[in-house]
Structures are given as C-alpha cells and as structure tokens.
Ligand binder design. Structure first.
Ligand SMILES: [Zn+2]
Length: 252
C-alpha cells in the first residue's frame, strides 16, 4: 500500500470522526446536524475553520477552547483517531473495493452509536437508518451473496435480540435490537453470529469485572451498545478466521 493512499484514508476517517463529534452532541438533543455552525460545547462560541481541523486543533489548543478556555473533552480527538484507524484497517484488509466502502459505513456507524450510547444511553434511529440506506447499495455492489446473507442476518439477528429483550425485561432495549439487525445486514448471518457471541461474552466478562471491582453496583445499568459494537468490529475483521478455527476445533 502506498503511503499517500494510507494518509488519505486516515484523513477521510478523521474528518468523518469530526462530523460524528457534532452528531454525538446534537443527535440526542434533537438538534440539526447540518444547518447550524459548530460551536464550543462549553461556552457556545462559534468555531472557526481552524478549530475544526481534526485532532490537530485539539493538540494545538491543548484541549481548550480559544474563546474562554473551556476544557474540551478528550472524547473529541479520540473519536477522530479511532474512526481514522478503523478506516485504515479496513483499507489495508480489503483494498479499493465496494466491500471496503460498506465496512467504512459499518465501522463508522458502530463508533457513532457506541459513543452516543455511553454518554446518553440511547442508540439513535437516525444513525442506524443512515447506515442502512448508504450500506444497502454498497453491499449489492460488493456482491449479491453479501446482500442476501446480509438480509438473512438482518432478520435473524433482529429476531434473536427481540426474543432476548423480551425475556430480559429491560436489560436490553429496542435500540440494541435494531442495532443487532443492522449489524446482521453488514456482517451477514455467519458474521453477526460471531459478533453477537463476542458481544455477550465481552458484556458478561466486563460486567463481572465492574461488579467485582465495585466500579459499578448491581443496580447500575450498563449500556449494551458498546459491547455490540466491539463484537461487530472484531467480527468484521476476524469472523471468517474465528469460524474456521471453531470448525477445526469441533471437527465439523
Ligand atoms: Zn468555549
């Protein structure tokens, strides 16, 4: 891979991460993500072009707003860096292809919804809908098999989580059900099976650790979206290898 291409992909990811920071702030507040200039989350001062350069503006201003010196959360550059790195990883894995494009949409959506879920305890329909509308034609262009497997995955994962949500009574929300269905669309039915298995495994292990270390009490609700996202990211890159390994192990 040429260095120049890698840098362009990183920049694209960082710019999209920067747009997501606006979405993370505004979607849960039902504000428009497009028709309003960016402002500092602390003092409301309008941001200039230089304030909007991903990561670098944060480093240059040492995490403070240039108007009143409000502290800016490191969440902002982190979202940009994580999105950029995931974009690069997808590009290194699948090169110039429709599959890479569909995985960019998928991975970006996972970053967006998990951060919103962590801070606001909701998974906005707008993010899921946007990913589905952009993703469907990309999956079709990638291959008809992807699309068919994706549609099966969409309904299989959605139904499975719907049953789990009904049984768990409040442990899992409607947002988790919808997110799982959209994950099925992008990962296909085999991929989403791996993703869900990893999500529940990670959710279980981390919940036990949080309880054992008393970071969280038994009554604190922990959002499940980030675990789904974690499972989805690992499955996007490793599902085939995990399935092959499991088949070998079980002698199938
Ligand atoms: Zn400010």
């Amino acid at each position: 891979m040429a260095h120049m291409e890698g840098i362009i992909v990183l920049l694209l990811g960082a710019v999209i991460g920067s747009f997501f920071n606006v979405c993370i702030y505004r979607l849960p507040r039902k504000e428009s993500v497009a028709y309003k200039p960016s402002h500092c989350p602390g003092c409301g001062s309008k941001l200039g072009v230089a304030d909007l350069v991903p990561v670098l503006s944060y480093l240059f201003l040492r995490g403070r707003c240039r108007h009143q010196g409000c502290e800016i959360s490191p969440r902002y550059p982190l979202v940009e860096i994580i999105t950029a790195l995931l974009f690069l990883a997808a590009y290194i894995n699948w090169g110039v292809s429709w599959h890479t494009a569909s995985m960019w949409v998928f991975l970006a959506m996972l970053v967006l919804v998990s951060v919103i879920d962590i801070y606001h305890r909701i998974i906005p329909d707008e993010a899921l809908l946007a990913a589905t509308i952009i993703g469907l034609p990309l999956l079709f262009l990638a291959s008809l098999d992807y699309l068919i497997s994706g549609v099966i995955g969409f309904f299989a994962a959605g139904l499975l989580l719907l049953v789990i949500a009904a049984v768990s009574r409040g442990g899992m929300g409607g947002g988790d059900v919808k997110l799982s269905a959209v994950m099925g669309l992008f990962l296909g039915w085999q991929g989403v099976a791996v993703a869900l298995f990893l999500s529940f495994l990670a959710g279980g292990v981390i919940s036990i650790l949080l309880l054992a270390t008393k970071i969280k009490g038994r009554k604190d609700a922990v959002p499940f979206g980030p675990y789904l996202a974690l499972g989805g990211i690992i499955a996007a890159f490793y599902a085939e290898r995990i399935i092959a390994w499991y088949m070998g192990l079980s002698g199938l």
